[in-house]
Design a protein. Structure first.
Length: 188
């Protein structure tokens, strides 16, 4: 099918926050239908500077998901350090009370945004993925992977449409960069 770029390619950076017992990760791995994921996201090649960071509270119910977004203007243009991370964590726990969240890991990757000619299907292609452990302290170096992730985004009633559009799709699987970062960093 014909696809074209929807937005310019860019670098996506995220810091994932979870409880000390890694509740979000465990819920994901256990296949819990109603779950939440919390991350701070910013864009740009500088992984060490927060640029217009946004706190995303991702809520998933069955296969439907939505996000509640919070601007973190006070951290804009701040260099990522243990002090800044401590202050960021404090603010996040005030925004999301009773969560006791801690920074766990960071991801960074290049993303290409695509849209089908009929505008019914959006897709993202992520590559140059790298992960960094952030629990207790900020690791200095990323672990690079060769993973390439193609994710389709469409309304649930278009599932058969997508399967007919792209022959050979027999099963769609879930993927979590957060879970991958934990496995890559030997958390388990």
């Amino acid at each position: 099918t014909n696809c074209r770029k929807k937005y310019p390619e860019r670098t996506v950076n995220s810091i994932y926050f979870d409880t000390l017992s890694l509740k979000s990760a465990v819920d994901n791995l256990d296949g819990i239908n109603d779950r939440k994921k919390h991350r701070v996201r910013w864009y740009g090649e500088d992984t060490g500077t927060l640029i217009a960071p946004i706190l995303e509270n991702k809520i998933k119910k069955n296969f439907q998901g939505n996000k509640i977004l919070y601007k973190l203007d006070k951290f804009n243009q701040k260099k990522l350090s243990n002090d800044i991370l401590f202050n960021l964590t404090e603010d996040i726990n005030k925004l999301l009370p009773l969560k006791n969240l801690q920074p766990v890991s960071m991801t960074s990757y290049r993303r290409v945004y695509l849209i089908s000619a009929d505008r019914k299907i959006r897709a993202t292609l992520d590559f140059d993925l790298k992960y960094k452990k952030m629990i207790n302290y900020i690791e200095k170096f990323f672990i690079n992977t060769n993973n390439i992730i193609l994710e389709f985004k469409y309304s649930s009633n278009l599932d058969n449409y997508l399967r007919n559009l792209i022959p050979g799709i027999t099963r769609l699987s879930k993927n979590s960069k957060y879970i991958n970062s934990l496995l890559t960093n030997n958390f388990y």
